[in-house]
Ligand binder design. Sequence first.
Ligand code: FMN
Length: 200
Amino acid sequence: MTSPMDVLLSRASTDRLKDPAPAGAQLEQILATALRAPDHGRLQPWRYVIVQGAARAILAEKVVASTLRVAPQTPQFNLDKRRQRMATMPMTIVLGMHLRPEHKIPLWEQEMSVGAGAMNILNALYAEGFGGIWVSGPITEDPVLAAEFGFEAPHRLAGFLFVGTPDAPLPAPSRPDSAGFMAMWDGTPAVFAQDRNNAQ
Ligand SMILES: Cc1cc2nc3c(=O)[nH]c(=O)nc-3n(C[C@H](O)[C@H](O)[C@H](O)COP(=O)(O)O)c2cc1C
């Protein structure tokens, strides 16, 4: 049996996805893992819009229209590619952020909670034998598109999860040495090996 640590260490993103996507009780359970994300103030900012079947063609047209709003010069080839991708993914989960800008919990903390929820979904998908990838782009900032999914400002999008079954085994992901990203604090500002490497 794969241990939870193996799942966390070996998960990788992929957009090479075929049917099936999770359904029914299995999908509900995967989404339930997102609702276990840390959530300061219990504001429950996570929202998920599931797009499948015939709705994918509508999603594709809305995404193309949004792309033209935010980047009117986008070449036709790119628009066609994007339309095709959106219309054929087995499932897309639109990540919504139900935000409360007036609340004493800062917005960034609310947004981080949505990010943590999305990460739980990616891990849960992988643990259950599915695959996925989180994608975004400038359309994620388009308030018109967000409203079309039900997220009127101040609510926003956090991107899209493409979901399905990987069409080939995922290669083991390369992982940087974790030592480069940690430091033992001695009272002076931490210096990370990773940043020394990047500075060269
Ligand atoms: C908020 C967010 C937005 C992202 N947007 C995109 C995107 O638009 N296109 C893309 O190829 N990858 C995007 N990524 C990166 C992929 O989701 C993924 O992390 C990356 O391909 C590395 O794969 P890995 O998860 O296997 O390390 C995004 C990641 C995050 C966290």
